[in-house]
Ligand binder design. Structure first.
Ligand SMILES: N[C@@H](CCC(=O)N[C@@H](CS)C(=O)NCC(=O)O)C(=O)O
Length: 209
């Protein structure tokens, strides 16, 4: 049985959401963060040597890393749905945005988080290149969503699932200012309203509070 180990308010929401979109059978185990450190509790870390959320188990397999898990679930349990293959004109865009999420956007968001944790002001002159890169990424996203419903094009895909956490839930740890990015804001509203997303939030986080 595919089991999704969800750490509360974390990137593992992606996998709960994916399973809800695919409407596949899965078991959900919700783990609370350590009350002192806010990190994954020991029982979560014991599931996989990496110890970070998300983690899935499937028979003898334990797998970590959002991107790897999403590919695994889509191919092994989802008949390839929500991925876009090389026969589609949107293939390159799909690959780019899928990998952009953890390859470029998440590192920038983690930097925001670490700076706020150690009390470093984002206005420091030395951080100008970081601010410029952040601005470029948000502009790219906003521009892409001006003429496209979803990141890969007309179809909702795993590329959207990958990017949603750093644009939304991560605000709980490091707020992001999207005031000047109207297309991005409309996209977030549109995608948040998806029934599968609402179910995932309900089962993963809301039901625990
Ligand atoms: N690149 C990894 C990052 C995983 C990650 O850092 N997850 C965070 C939650 S958002 C985590 O496990 N934090 C708790 C901890 O480090 O103990 C992925 O996408 O799976």
């Amino acid at each position: 049985m595919l089991t999704v180990h969800h750490l509360e308010i974390s990137q593992s929401e992606r996998i709960v959401w994916l399973c809800e979109e695919l409407q596949i059978p899965y078991q959900l185990k919700v783990h609370r963060r350590d009350p002192v450190t806010s990190l994954a509790p020991q029982e979560y870390q014991d599931l996989h040597p990496l110890g970070t959320a998300p983690i899935i188990t499937d028979g003898d397999i334990a797998l970590a890393e959002s991107g790897a898990i999403i590919e695994y679930v889509i191919r092994k349990h989802g008949d390839g749905r929500l991925s876009i293959g090389p026969d589609s004109a949107d293939y390159a865009e799909y690959l780019f945005w899928f990998h952009f999420a953890n390859g470029s956007l998440m590192p920038m968001r983690m930097l925001d988080l670490i700076m706020s944790m150690v009390g470093v002001s984002g206005d420091l002159p030395a951080l100008e290149p970081v601010r410029a890169r952040t601005g470029r990424m948000l502009n790219m996203l906003d521009h892409r969503l001006r003429d496209n419903q979803y990141l890969a094009g007309d179809l909702f895909s795993a590329a959207d699932i990958m990017n949603f956490f750093p644009l939304t839930t991560m605000n709980a740890f490091a707020p992001i200012d999207l005031a000047h990015f109207d297309n991005l804001q409309r996209y977030i509203e549109r995608v948040s309203a998806r029934p599968a997303y609402q179910r995932a939030v309900e089962k993963g986080d809301r039901a625990q509070t």
